[in-house]
Ligand binder design. Sequence first.
Ligand SMILES: NC(=O)c1ccc[n+]([C@@H]2O[C@H](COP(=O)([O-])OP(=O)(O)OC[C@H]3O[C@@H](n4cnc5c(N)ncnc54)[C@H](OP(=O)(O)O)[C@@H]3O)[C@@H](O)[C@H]2O)c1
Length: 447
Amino acid sequence: MPTNPPDQFPTFSPALPARPWRVGLIGFGCVGQGLYDILHQRPEAGFVISRIVVKNPTKARPLPAERFEFDADLLLADDSLDVLVEVIDDADTAFRLVSEALRRGRRVVTANKAMLARHLPALVQLQRETGGTLLYEAAVCGSIPVIRTLDAYFGTEPLRRLTGILNGSSNYVLTRMGEQGSDYAPALAEAQQLGFAETDPSLDMGAFDPRSKAVLLAAHAYGAFLEPEQILNLGIEGIGAVDIAFAASQGQKIKVVAGLQRLPDGRVTVLVTPQLVGPESPLYTVDHEFNGVVIEADFAGEQFLRGRGAGGHPTGSAVLADLAALRQGFAYQYHKAAEAPEYAADLEVEIYLRTNEPRIIDLLDFSEISEEADEDGYVVGYVALQHLIRHRDTLRQYGAFIVRTGRLRPVGEAVEVLAVAEIGGAISPAHLWNPGSRQCGEFSDFR
Ligand SMILES: NC(=O)c1ccc[n+]([C@@H]2O[C@H](COP(=O)([O-])OP(=O)(O)OC[C@H]3O[C@@H](n4cnc5c(N)ncnc54)[C@H](OP(=O)(O)O)[C@@H]3O)[C@@H](O)[C@H]2O)c1
């Protein structure tokens, strides 16, 4: 017997506070103003910005001068504030303020990935000791809800792999180079002119910014708390139109990809470098200033999130989501930290290297070269990850450009020589890790 639908569907009504939550906002730049504007447009969200702290007393502001104050410590001590939002551009001061707030048992939201990547274990420990709560969805991929997805939704499900385009500035430059066939400098100048890249582009173009984000992803995806320096980061400062053309000739694009991967032996590795990405990957269509993350879970399979990784409103939206989560009593659980995997760097990575400095090739000590084009100055082959980590500053200094093909193998593994046509995925991954093992593909096809 079919039952009649109820007159009224039951509604989930979490306990909302009788009054709006009072927010102390530290920083009123791009993100702070984005949050302010969102809350102004959505008063029903239930948050009011009660106090705002900035640094420069003489700067022109879009709000009356009496709205601003200049001593963030006064906000930390103000118990009438329900939550503090730290969105300043100074990582050291941010750490001092956030850790002091947590020491006082306060609720805090931050967007500061550089500060978090450096101090996450200490901040997690402080929360455990004091009962304070820190959320930071905006710190990784702006508007994309990836941290809470990993922590809450996938908190108990093992993940095979997580790959992402985590930096919109470098992605914009790469996209424009691909569209125009142009070189790096004009594409960067355009990105800077349009506000998609900073005046000092080194953190974005050198892949330092996505490396910080990868540190945070590793903590939530795998329970691995890493130092930023443990992770290989290679940037795009040395890229040229010839490299984009090389990728296109293979039917691929070059993207800066953060790759976090569980290896067949249970260890985890993380790499943040340019990588060849083919049309079979959801990341292939993540262009311009957009970010994207592919999560591959053992049971759920593949999931793909794409969205804006920066900007006042997108980032402010993530901060608002954190405020709402705090009001519901949410805190990150870091479930996987209880069984944190070992970090693996004893691997060989297949790369395309272009350099006009022959000593760079000697320095990297390729264990296998599958292709060498002297006239174009490039080499394709396997090098030890440790060599890339050790020499990354020299590579940058000499303008060498490196792209990963996506393949990894254990150090010293004998493999078949790869043909040119196989760059991009035609070779059976089973040849690249522990031949005969069913887990091979999961490891070597790192894209
Ligand atoms: N912009 C984005 O799209 C984006 C995306 C994700 C994450 N984030 C992160 O969010 C944070 C803020 O970025 P943003 O782009 O909004 O920076 P921003 O536009 O440069 O603004 C920084 C703000 O912080 C204030 N400030 C600096 N030091 C201070 C101090 N000691 N005390 C009080 N206020 C201080 C500045 O004050 P004055 O106004 O007086 O100079 C300014 O209002 C950074 O950690 C950034 O990495 C940004």
